[in-house]
Design a protein around this ligand. Structure first.
Ligand code: KG4
Ligand code: ZN
Length: 342
């Protein structure tokens, strides 16, 4: 079975082909980072317009890379939410029109389910059930995963998402957008121990997160040490330490609480080296395994959408005739694929 995946929820146009026998056979991502960089964040209208320009050429390129014709496709999966509505509508319209013309199913996919399942594209996938830590630019969540569509949110951010905190801290430090990779690099040059940032919400029970206090703390520290050489790198180091520690504390708590033995980490922030090192030490101590998507599938891409579409189709999910895109869409509203849907 050959599935085309189309991702247009934010500032990356992603297209990929998933073959049920061979895995991902082609994937292409066009990032709009340069378009949004001068504004310091994503401008929704510019994002939609660029998806319009890039989606069809990227589909052609992906099909050509795998030497596949449109008529070889068995289904088309597309991101239906959560995300920017205008951007989502581009991928949705293209996917559904193509699917209608080819008379194949069009499968709406939840973007965060795509992230959540993306580590399963690995040669050595995590065994279900597992705990998922989803850390992207828009979401921060701990999810108890029992099967496809069987998700219980154990905790989530009450304010900023982890990636958003990275982006905002980077802006305060005068670094470019997106901030995550820039902070990661600067933190490597910083001295440990010069600053200590708070570990938000770790000294009370529960699995929720909050990053807005950390943002204010970062701003105050940047202002107080503005003219000191090397302060930026030391601040980045302390910021990353605080974020990593917070995740280690909350993941440890969630793993003990659920008894789960595998942790899956995905979304843009899962690319972070310091986070990976912190979680590796934690996993050794607890005797659990940690699983990540392939590096290029940490940030937004079409592969995770094609794969999530495949998992749903496999489970017997139908392809609804009507369609809708959703800016907000809690992942625990998803259900296991229901063959009656068909
Ligand atoms: O999953 P993603 O590509 O898009 C959303 O669904 O939001 O995540 C993008 C986020 C951005 O906030 C970016 O700064 C962050 O992921 N990010 C990182 C790293 N690479 C990307 N954060 C920390 N360290 C990184 N290496
Ligand atoms: Zn994402």
């Amino acid at each position: 079975m050959l599935i085309l995946g189309i991702e247009t929820s934010c500032d990356e146009t992603g297209v990929a082909l998933y073959d049920s026998d061979r895995g991902i056979v082609a994937h292409e991502v066009y990032s709009q980072v340069e378009i949004h960089a001068e504004y310091g964040g994503v401008v929704p209208e510019l994002a939609s317009r660029d998806h319009i320009r890039k989606t069809l050429p990227l589909i052609r390129q992906t099909l050509a890379a795998a030497s596949v014709a449109l008529t070889d496709l068995d289904a088309i999966a597309y991101t239906a939410g959560p995300g920017l509505v205008g951007a989502l509508l581009v991928g949705t319209s293209v996917a559904r029109s193509l699917a209608f013309a080819l008379d194949v199913p069009a499968l709406p996919v939840h973007h965060m389910e795509g992230h959540l399942l993306s580590p399963l594209l690995d040669d050595n996938p995590a065994p279900m059930p597992f705990l998922a830590l989803l850390v992207s630019g828009g979401h921060t969540m701990l999810v108890d995963v029992r099967g496809i569509g069987q998700y219980t949110i154990l905790g989530e951010s009450l304010d900023d998402a982890a990636g958003e905190a990275f982006d905002k801290a980077a802006k305060m430090l005068g670094l470019g957008y997106p901030g995550g990779p820039a902070i990661e690099r600067l933190a490597e040059e910083g001295k440990p121990g010069r600053f200590r940032f708070p570990r938000p919400m770790t000294n009370r029970p529960g699995l929720d997160f909050s990053f807005s206090g950390l943002k204010t703390f970062t701003l105050n520290t940047v202002e107080a040490h503005r003219n000191e050489p090397g302060a930026g790198a030391d601040i980045a180091h302390a910021f990353v330490d605080a974020v990593v520690d917070t995740f280690v504390i909350k993941c440890t708590r969630a793993l003990k609480q659920t008894g789960l033995k595998a942790l899956v980490v995905s979304g843009g922030v899962s690319a972070n080296k310091q986070l990976r090192a912190g979680l590796a030490t934690m996993a050794d101590k607890l005797g659990v395994t940690v699983h990540y998507p392939r590096f290029e599938f940490c940030t937004d891409n079409g592969a995770m959408i094609a794969y999530a579409g495949y998992c749903r189709l496999q489970g017997g999910a139908g392809a609804p005739l009507g369609y809708n895109v959703r800016a907000r869409w809690p992942i625990d509203e998803l259900a296991a694929p229901d063959p009656i849907d068909r």
